[in-house]
Design a protein around this ligand. Structure first.
Ligand SMILES: C[S@@+](CC[C@H](N)C(=O)[O-])C[C@H]1O[C@@H](n2cnc3c(N)ncnc32)[C@H](O)[C@@H]1O
Ligand SMILES: [Zn+2]
Length: 177
């Protein structure tokens, strides 16, 4: 007997122009809290290779598709990347990035309604030799009421940034970071 056609579900999200920046990723249907939305894919390279790829870029251009996995590995979603690379930063995000066995996943931290733009907090690491205007270069346009104005992590209390180990997260294109 002929099998009934499989019901195709609407995709979870779609990529389209975003009021925040360039393209963004939007919920196409309700996404429940705790859902793994997508894996952040791309070419896995060393930090030195990632630096080399962005070497000729204007230092005032903050655009990056790099995501630090650990001290050894960076994912460059500019090469073989998927839609995860279009998820913008938000200061009141509805998603977060998680690391599982050196793979990066984007997970919903609350229920997201259809049409809402997906975002996670990039918390890009600060460094000792950041330019004084680094927060302007990495200015945030997420539009949240509590927007901290920057895609960088909040400044550490009582002092400047330290040259810390590389933790997972969106990585700036600045050399040596
Ligand atoms: C991984 S891409 C996200 C997709 C990006 N909108 C695009 O079309 O390529 C990250 C870059 O998007 C921009 N971006 C993401 N979130 C932003 C925000 N909240 N405010 C300003 N620019 C943002 C920055 O240039 C950032 O380096
Ligand atoms: Zn913001």
């Amino acid at each position: 007997m002929k099998k009934p056609p499989k019901r195709r579900r609407t995709p979870l999200f779609e990529v389209r122009h975003s009021p925040i920046h360039g393209y963004g990723v939007f919920a196409a249907r309700r996404i429940r809290k705790g859902t793994t939305v997508i894996e952040y894919l791309g070419e896995r390279v060393s930090h030195a290779q990632a630096d080399a790829r962005y070497e000729d870029k204007d230092p005032n251009d903050n655009h990056t598709f790099l995501f630090t996995v650990d001290a050894k590995t960076v994912i460059d979603a500019g090469v073989n990347g998927n839609e995860a690379r279009y998820i913008n930063h938000g200061c009141a995000p509805n998603c977060e990035s998680t690391t599982l066995r050196k793979r990066i996943f984007i997970e919903a931290i609350r229920t997201i309604q259809p049409g809402e733009e997906l975002s996670y907090d990039y918390q890009i690491q600060r460094d000792l030799d950041d330019a004084p205007d680094v927060d302007e270069i990495y200015a945030c346009r997420c539009g949240a009421q509590n927007c901290r104005g920057s895609m960088l992590e909040a400044p550490k209390k009582g002092g400047s940034a330290k040259r810390a180990g590389r933790r997972d997260g969106v990585r700036s294109q600045r050399r040596g970071r």
